[in-house]
Design a protein around this ligand. Structure first.
Ligand code: HEC
Ligand code: HEC
Length: 508
């Protein structure tokens, strides 16, 4: 009953206000001048109905260089391209080109092919964990090098490809810049050793150390030839290629030009030329130089992964203990907790870009961006530079020995140790990059980069540690000799490292 009364009351109140409104409105209306006619809205241009390309607007590199495009609009456009589900109007598909860009017979080719590609509609189809630009599950694996033997139909046999798991690009800008600074250091060591050898007329050697990480040593003979036999974990050109797990690609831009063609059959102007149609899909200029700058800058400016601060005291203590144990047992010999960048700027394009990618000499103004700025990547400032807490040394290692060879499953070699160097500069010919070696995996996003291992076939962090043999054997054995609490502490610590914030461009 009581309930009913209240209901009725509210009904009455509503009725009252309605009455008041009715009473008041005629007066208000009486004073109002006649409504002017609504001006006709100008018709919006470029609105097309029906099928449209995923990317309707393409960017002009000159306008980017002239600062006419606001940096956050550039990043936004980059994300649009990264997330775009390309269709045939964009030039998706590559009947007459392999995934490596070589010519092929366009007849009878597959429009989508899970092995050698085109294998998907968007970069974000694979890179989505936990947000666009991130890592991917096993189902997003790529059959690396099948794009070279393209088309590999219906075979995922290791004779035809190296199956690899999708990595995340959060923090990729600082990683690319670290690699550049380290390469500059190593090249400077080589050049000064060369000068020394020329000066003394004798063989000279030097340790290849940059940012505290040793890449072995280099010897220059009296005749100027380089003896590369003691170079470790990097190509003989001493240019650190921080992408992907093999360490074969120097820049986000180079990777993007490769991936656009490989995964989607989208051929960029800077790789395939202007007004040319090598893939014979009837579309030219599929992505402009400006478009590639945008998607590169989008990836480079993704936030750096962070460490989540646990609230629970038990967890807090375990994480604190885990940090110490991780260092005590030698995990950080490869998974370097922090590396210092001399400069805070991300600079595009990369001076080491190979041909087929925008060169520094081709631009009037380099694109520069402070990675530690207020709307930056969240990278921590340090002196004039910054600290990168990625837990890697950007060096290749072999994790296999007699007992553990899980990480040595691959059979196809990926490029040669010569890198971009001239074969005539060395005392011997360059072998292929070793199939057993991989770059120390970045651990700063390990909380949400699973499944683990280069093939993504390990479901837990513990399994990944278990298979650390070879150069990591000592620290691996140390780990399993720890008591359960200390082991759990390391896992708990690693679980705090991840991507917890999407690229929130609106906030910037
Ligand atoms: C079919 C899934 C898939 C698609 C689509 C895809 N990627 Fe990837 N991406 C991967 C895998 C797998 C790797 C790791 C490859 C390896 O280690 O050899 C990777 C690695 C990368 C890396 C190197 C990251 C690092 O830290 O080393 C970059 C950069 C990248 N992708 C950019 C792109 C861009 C840009 C696109 C769209 C043009 C794209 N990817 C489309 C699966 C994919
Ligand atoms: C000799 C260098 C080295 C040492 C020491 C080392 N690691 Fe690694 N770690 C690597 C390399 C290289 C990989 C990539 C392996 C692969 O997938 O091929 C890796 C991968 C991992 C992964 C998998 C990450 C992922 O996303 O797939 C984890 C977890 C890991 N390491 C943890 C540890 C821990 C914990 C220790 C100490 C017990 C340790 N590592 C010691 C080089 C090392």
């Amino acid at each position: 009953m009581k309930f009913n009364t209240i209901k009725n009351l509210s009904k009455n109140i509503k009725g009252l206000s309605l009455l008041a409104l009715v009473v008041i409105t005629p007066f208000a209306l009486a004073d109002k001048p006649e409504k002017p006619e609504k001006p006709e809205k100008p018709e919006k241009h470029n609105i097309t109905i029906g099928e449209i390309p995923a990317i309707e607007v393409h960017l002009n590199q000159d306008e980017i260089e002239d600062g006419k495009i606001n940096v956050y609009d550039l990043i936004k456009q980059g994300q649009l391209i990264f997330d775009a589900r390309f269709n045939y109007l964009d030039g998706r598909g590559r009947p007459a080109s392999t995934g490596a860009g070589a010519d092929r017979d366009p007849n009878g080719q597959h429009d989508f092919l899970r092995t050698s590609g085109p294998d998907s509609s968007a970069c974000a189809s694979c890179h989505s964990q936990p947000f666009s630009g991130g890592a991917g599950d096993f189902v997003a694996n790529v059959f690396v090098l099948a794009q070279v033997l393209d088309p590999i139909t219906f075979s995922v046999d290791p004779n035809f490809s190296n199956e690899r798991n999708t990595l995340g690009m959060y923090g990729a800008g600082p990683i690319e810049m670290l690699a550049r600074e380290m390469s500059d250091d190593l090249i400077a060591i080589r050049e000064s050793t060369k000068q020394q050898a020329a000066l003394t007329g004798q063989e000279e050697s030097a340790q290849l150390i940059t940012k505290g990480i040793s890449f072995g040593s280099i010897t220059i003979l009296a005749n100027g030839l380089i003896d590369p036999s003691n170079i470790e974990g990097v190509d003989w050109d001493l240019i650190i290629k921080p992408f992907p797990q093999k360490g074969a690609v120097v820049s986000l831009r180079e990777f993007t030009n490769n991936a656009m063609n490989h995964h989607h059959g989208i051929q960029s102007v800077e790789r395939f030329g202007e007004f040319t149609d090598p893939d014979q899909d009837g579309v030219v200029n599929e992505l402009t130089v400006g478009d590639i700058t945008a998607i590169t800058v989008f990836q480079a400016t993704l936030p750096v992964p962070t460490q989540k601060k646990p609230k629970n005291k038990k967890v807090k203590n375990a994480v604190k203990n885990g940090v110490n144990q991780f260092a005590n047992i030698g995990c950080n010999e490869c998974h370097q907790e922090e590396l210092v960048l001399e400069s805070r700027l991300f600079v595009e394009p990369n001076p080491f870009n190979p041909a087929g990618n925008l060169q520094q000499s081709e631009v009037d103004n380099l694109f520069t961006w402070d990675m530690t700025g207020k709307k930056g990547t969240g990278l921590e400032k340090f002196k004039q530079g910054a600290i990168v807490k990625a837990f890697t040394d950007l060096k290749r290692h072999n994790l296999c020995d007699q007992d553990f060879d899980f990480f040595c499953n691959e059979q196809l070699t990926q490029g040669s140790l010569l890198g971009y160097a001239d074969a005539n500069d060395f005392t011997m010919s360059a072998p292929a990059r070793p199939t057993q070696q991989f770059l120390t995996r970045k651990l700063w996003d390990v909380a949400n980069s699973g499944p683990y291992g280069h093939r993504g076939d390990l479901s837990s962090i513990t399994e990944a540690i278990h298979f650390h043999g070879g150069q990591a054997r000592v620290s691996r054995d140390n780990y399993f000799e720890l008591d359960q609490y200390d082991q759990d502490s390391i896992i708990e610590f690693l679980k705090t490292l991840g991507v917890f914030e999407a690229s929130n461009i609106k906030k910037r």
